[in-house]
Design a protein around this ligand. Sequence first.
Ligand SMILES: [Zn+2]
Length: 376
Amino acid sequence: MDSKLFSLEIRHIDAKTGARYGVLHTPHGDCEVPMFMPVGTNATVKCLSPEELKEAGSGVVLANTYHLHLRPGEEIVKQAGGVQKFMNYPGPMLTDSGGFQVFSLQKTRKISEQGVEFRNIYNGDKEFFTPEKVIAIEEAIGADIIMSFDECIPYPVDYEYARKSTERTIRWAKRGLAAHHRPDQALFGIVQGSSFRDLREKCAKELAALDFPGYSIGGTSIGEPKDVCFQMIEDAIRYLPPEKPRYLMGVGSLDYLLGGVERGVDMMDCVLPTRIARHGALMTSAGRINIRNAKYKDDFSPLDSECDCYTCRHYTKAYLHHLAMTGEEFGKRLNSLHNIRFLIRVMEGARKAIQEDRFLEYEQMILARYGDPRGF
Ligand SMILES: [Zn+2]
């Protein structure tokens, strides 16, 4: 990776926590961190156009390696000129490793040192992902930030399983690094190790020694208690180089997002805000609401009076309620737009608070107002 094309410029660290404010420089533009990254599984964030994402303040947008490999196939994306051109997103993008999806196929997958065999869910064909194959797919897709192939260890798990899996993930990271050639892509190593502190330490240290341009923290937010999740994050970050970006993968609720930032995480993603939006669940500064609730049918106030998104500027709860009850596509779009903007705005507030050394107060204020932070 060319460090002129990709680097993290840390501008301020909060005086009381590990939270850091900075700018991530990528081949497709700069973004401020910490940031929430919307997920565009099939090279589209469901219901939203790239222009709408940009207007909501998005920086990096995710796409899924596994899904794009199966449909339309990475060669099509490559022929289009890369995923940014294919989906017309005017900013940096990130692809995951496919590991999470492949390992979720518990019935059909077979793991070996070489890689993972699984069945194509669409046509039943045999597929085989190796660390080298995943890098080749990600190079063809062409995102700015890519992930090495890893195993997302389930939770809870016994120590021996976690140890063998983590050691294999480290070997796979080395193989991925050797197979990666595009100088305009930043390949991140993924720290696994489940909840075992010595395994997190070993994985973080060995990956740090390989000098990846950034690091991900994987295997969190899969059912473990919150204190265990935060311990996993701390155990990884302690051994990662401070000048490199840190990405906490697939973390969805507000307390985990802010808890990650508090501990020095720069990037986070989750599919939840758009998924729940399509079902009428909306995140507002006063907590989560379900717009389908009958009490909103004649509520002509904006969804969230503090929000500056297109939905809140132009529409009432009564109208959003009506669209949800009639199943209109436009309602799903307005709801998605708001939830994405909500999380991006929480992160904008976090960045400001870090620069003013009051992140902890900000975090407490947001969580107190939101009520049950796991409620979305
Ligand atoms: Zn809004």
